[in-house]
Design a protein around this ligand. Sequence first.
Ligand code: GLC
Length: 498
Amino acid sequence: MALRIAFVAAECEPWAKTGGLADVVDALARALGQVGGGEIETPVDVFLPRYRAVDVPPDRIIGEQVVQVLGPGAERGLAAVRIIDIAAGGYRLRLVDHPAAFDRATYYGEGSTDYPDNAWRFGLFCRAALAAMTAERRLPDVLHLHDWHAAPMVRYTERGPAGPAVLLTLHNLAYHGWTPRAATTGLGPEWTGRLRPADVGIDLLRAGIIEADLVNTVSPGFAREALGPKFGMGLDDALRARGGSFIGILNGLDTELWDPATDAAIARPYGAADRSGKAVCRSDLLGRLGFDRADPGPLLGMIGRLDPQKGFDLLAEAAPDLLADGFRLVVQGSGPAELVEPLRALAEAHPRRVALIDRFDRELARRIYAGADGFLMPSRFEPCGTGQMIALRYGTPPIVHATGGLADTVVDEHDHPGTGTGFAFRHPTATGLRWACREFATRFGAGGPAWEALLDRSMAVDFDWRTGSAPAYIEAYRRAIELRRAGRRAVGTSAKRL
Ligand code: GLC
């Protein structure tokens, strides 16, 4: 029988997005509906909070109901939550609408401070999603939870073989949904976790890791790294305790959404067989940035959340040397002032060689992927990463820190001459970054058939969700069901060891 799947997630492109989580939720939900064999019942459901910024198009509403749920905070009593179903093109989006929880300026908090009641907000989100599922005739076979926001679900679903199987996907271990005990969450002591020995509070992600039937992260490389203290972010013990029920599944890429041959935002479409359009895109981008079109120096692009994870500070540190080497830089990203300011200062000092776009601009991002010569991802850690996959597809070789999903997706031309697809450095330092940029510049400057061959290899990498990643998730769903039936929870091995 076809599997019925429900996603529970805090982001979904294009409705709500701060990072790669949104892209993956949208693309995987659609891809699951497309992989052949009728293994997955369609449409897949995707539960998402209805934030203030989510516009609900009236003509796409296909259902609406109100569920009554006990707010996780007993002191808040019974809450009425509206569920608005939308035909989202490939899946059914189920918006969980409760203004007290989600009608706020941002999704998670202000500046870098989380809302103090996040555990309550997302606890309510999960309860309401479960109530909406229960109101339908059949519960999903698998609840696919994404990151800490959906983790409270593990405490609300029925335990034992009769309940839906639970797969928890870890997109980012840096955010736990951490609430100090002092904060009023209304959640019971069973939620208590330990981030550091002296720091006791509520750690939603830890609870999810302990109790889900199967846990995965978004690349095999990061799945290995997360088992150690350096990348485990305080959760490595819980992940090690999962043994074989913690796995890595590499993200895919939505190859229809990201295709230089059909991209309407770029100056001229191009494909692997004829890259002449890419030169037009480059010239267009240089013009828009106010850079000198005649300057042959390589143009490097970087796009992302300005988060310490992403290594923008490494770029700021390496920039003077890179400029001396003849590089030009275009950076798109917004974030806290301490990360933006050094880049702004660089852009102001070198207006014709460094550009900072400190906002999220979808069209300009596409023009950067297409028009830049190389694409930077010096992330300190990276569970998978999306930018490098897009850059490969657009024939813009990535320059990456060899970590997590970046190491899994980019083959370093220095280590593997003649078979590489980009450039990778081992140590996340300004020196490492500059070294890899020079490796890039040597080959870019030489041009010719060797460079064209590298671009051919980069554009040929197949990240289509439907090829590998979506089928891998279907296999994971089956495994989660088996584990649930085998009563892993009842045995509770990992819980006991913790
Ligand atoms: C998070 C991770 C990123 C991953 C994305 C989608 O944003 O930091 O590496 O690609 O989730 O899974």
